[in-house]
Design a binder for this molecule. Structure first.
Ligand code: EPU
Length: 417
C-alpha cells in the first residue's frame, strides 16, 4: 500500500488542468453497453474506478481498447452477470442493471454492501425498474432481474437519487413508449449522461431539471463523446489554493457547475474569478468559517463537504457543517482532530472552530473525499503529514500528487511501511 508524505506550509501557485469527471465517466462507460456500434470516449480520467469499470465491461462481453484518456468500447455479445468481486470494490457497478435488462432482458448483479460513508441501499433503483416491468429476486447475494422488453412508466423518486436516475435513464432509452422520471436528480453528470445517450440516438427531454422524459427507441448507435470536466476535482483545487494562501489557475474548469461551491468559498473570503478560458482561485487574506448544509444539486455537494471542512479548520470563527445526503460521511473528522483541528460532532452536524494552526501527523484515509480533505489539511499543516491508505484517493483524483507538485506542494508518494 502507498502513502503520501506532505511537508506543509508552501502556498500553491500555478496552473492545474482539470481532468474528465469520474462520476460522469462511470455511467457513460456503462451506458455504452446499450449501443450496437462502437463508442469512442475522450477525456476519460485515468483512475482506479475507471480501470474497475473497464474490467466490468470486459467481463460483460465488451471489447475495450484504452489509450490514455481515450477509450473505445465495442459492446459485442453481452453476458448478463456482474460478479461480487468487482461490485464490492465499486458500487457504481449496480448501474449495469438498467442497460443489461434493456439489452438482454436479464441481469445478475451482486448486491453492493454498505460502504464507509453509509448504507447506500439500491431499493429506489429496483422499485423503479419494477415499474417498468422487471421482476427481481435476491439470492446468494445477487440481484437477478428478468423482463420482456421494458415498458415506459411514470416514476416518482422519493429522493433524487443520482445512481437511480442514471439507471432509469439508461433503461428507459430502449424501453417501449414514454418514461417520465419525477424528482429526478439534477446533477451535471446526469446531464452529461443524457447528452451522451442523445448522441447515440436516444430521445430525452428535461435532463438537468427534476422531470426527465424519455421516449424509448429500438436501438442506439455508437458515437464519439468527450466526458465533461470534473467539478469536484476543480472545487478541491480551489480549496487547496485557499488553505495554502496561494493562487491556482484552473484550466478546463466547469465553472458553470460549481455555483454552490464557489458561493461558499467566496463567502469564506476567497477570490474566485473566471479569467478568459480559466478560473483563478486565490485567498490573500485570512478566511472565515460559514455554515454549510449538503444538498442534492444545485445545492452544496456532499462530495465537497470534507474538503471545505479542512478549509474551515484554519479559518476565523466557527461554522456548522450539516451532512444530509450520507449518514456516515464524517470519517475525516477524527483524523483532522489528530492534526489539531477543533471539531465537535453531533449526529449529522459538525461544529468547526477555526484554529491558528494544524500540526502534521500520520492520518488514515477512509474514503475518497476524506482522503482529499486530509491532503489539503497536510498542505497547510506545520511539519510532516503522512496520509495512509491513499488507494481511496487514486479512485477519484487523477495524479493528484503530481498535479500538486507542479504548483509547489512538497508531497511525495512512497510505499507504506
Ligand atoms: N439511496 C437510497 N436508496 C437508493 C439510492 C440511494 O436510500 O436506492 C440513498 C443513499 O443511501 C444515499 C443517498 O440516497 O444516502 C444518495 O445516494 P445517490 O443514489 O444520490 O448517490 P450515488 O449514486 O450512490 C453518486 C456519486 C457519489 C455522490 C452522490 C451524491 C457516483 C459514482 N457516485 O452516488 O460520489 O456522493 O451521487 O451526489 O456518481 C464520490 O465521488 O466521492 C461519491 C461518493
Amino acid at each position: 500500500m502507498e502513502q503520501l508524505v506532505i511537508q506543509g506550509g508552501y502556498p500553491l501557485k500555478g496552473e492545474v488542468a482539470i481532468s474528465g469527471s469520474k462520476n460522469a465517466a462511470l455511467p457513460i462507460l456503462i451506458a455504452s453497453l446499450l449501443c450496437e456500434d462502437e463508442v469512442r470516449l475522450t477525456k476519460v480520467p485515468r483512475l482506479r474506478d475507471i480501470t474497475t469499470t473497464l474490467k466490468l465491461l470486459a467481463l460483460l462481453g465488451a471489447d475495450i481498447e484504452q489509450d490514455g484518456q481515450h477509450v473505445l468500447v465495442r459492446p459485442g455479445h453481452l453476458l448478463p452477470e456482474a460478479p461480487y468481486d468487482l461490485v464490492r470494490t465499486m458500487r457504481a457497478s449496480v448501474l449495469c442493471l438498467g442497460p443489461l435488462l434493456s439489452r438482454l432482458g436479464q441481469a445478475k448483479v451482486a448486491l453492493p454492501g454498505g460502504c464507509a460513508i453509509g448504507a447506500r441501499p439500491v431499493d429506489l433503483h429496483i422499485k423503479a425498474l419494477e415499474k417498468m416491468g422487471a421482476r427481481f429476486e435476491l439470492e446468494g447475494g445477487d440481484i437477478t432481474g428478468h423482463c420482456n422488453r421494458l415498458h415506459g412508466a411514470r416514476i416518482h423518486f422519493d429522493f433524487p437519487t443520482v445512481g437511480g436516475t442514471e439507471n432509469l435513464l439508461m433503461a428507459a432509452t430502449l424501453a417501449s413508449g414514454e418514461t417520465v422520471i419525477e424528482n429526478a436528480a439534477q446533477e451535471p453528470e446526469i446531464v452529461d449522461l443524457a447528452h451522451f445517450l442523445m448522441a447515440c440516438g436516444a430521445i430525452i427531454e428535461g435532463h438537468g431539471t427534476s422531470v426527465i422524459r424519455i421516449q424509448g427507441v429500438d436501438r442506439l448507435k455508437g458515437c464519439s463523446y468527450a466526458i465533461m470536466s470534473d467539478r469536484i476535482e476543480a472545487g478541491t483545487y480551489m480549496a487547496a489554493a485557499g488553505i495554502t494562501g496561494g493562487e491556482l489557475s484552473l484550466t478546463a474548469c466547469p465553472f458553470a457547475h460549481l455555483g454552490a461551491v464557489v458561493r461558499v468559498l467566496r463567502d469564506m473570503g476567497m477570490d474566485i474569478e473566471e479569467v478568459g478560458d480559466r478560473v483563478v482561485a486565490r485567498a490573500q487574506d485570512g478566511l472565515h468559517c460559514v455554515d454549510i448544509e449538503t444538498m442534492p444539486h444545485p445545492g452544496f455537494p456532499t462530495d465537497m463537504q470534507a474538503q471545505v471542512m479542512s478549509l474551515m479548520c484554519l479559518a476565523r470563527g466557527s461554522g456548522v457543517i450539516r451532512e444530509t445526503i450520507f449518514e456516515n460521511r464524517f470519517m475525516h473528522v477524527l483524523e483532522l482532530v489528530r492534526l489539531g483541528a477543533a471539531i465537535t460532532l453531533s449526529g449529522k452536524q459538525a461544529l468547526v472552530q477555526g484554529v491558528k494552526r494544524l500540526t502534521g501527523a500520520p492520518v488514515m484515509a477512509s474514503d475518497l473525499r476524506a482522503s482529499a480533505s486530509l491532503v489539503l489539511a497536510g498542505l497547510a499543516a506545520k511539519g510532516t503529514t503522512i496520509v495512509r491508505r491513499i488507494y481511496h484517493l487514486d479512485r477519484g483524483y487523477e495524479a493528484m500528487d503530481a498535479k500538486l507538485t507542479r504548483v509547489g506542494a512538497h508531497i511525495r508518494r512512497e510505499q507504506q511501511r
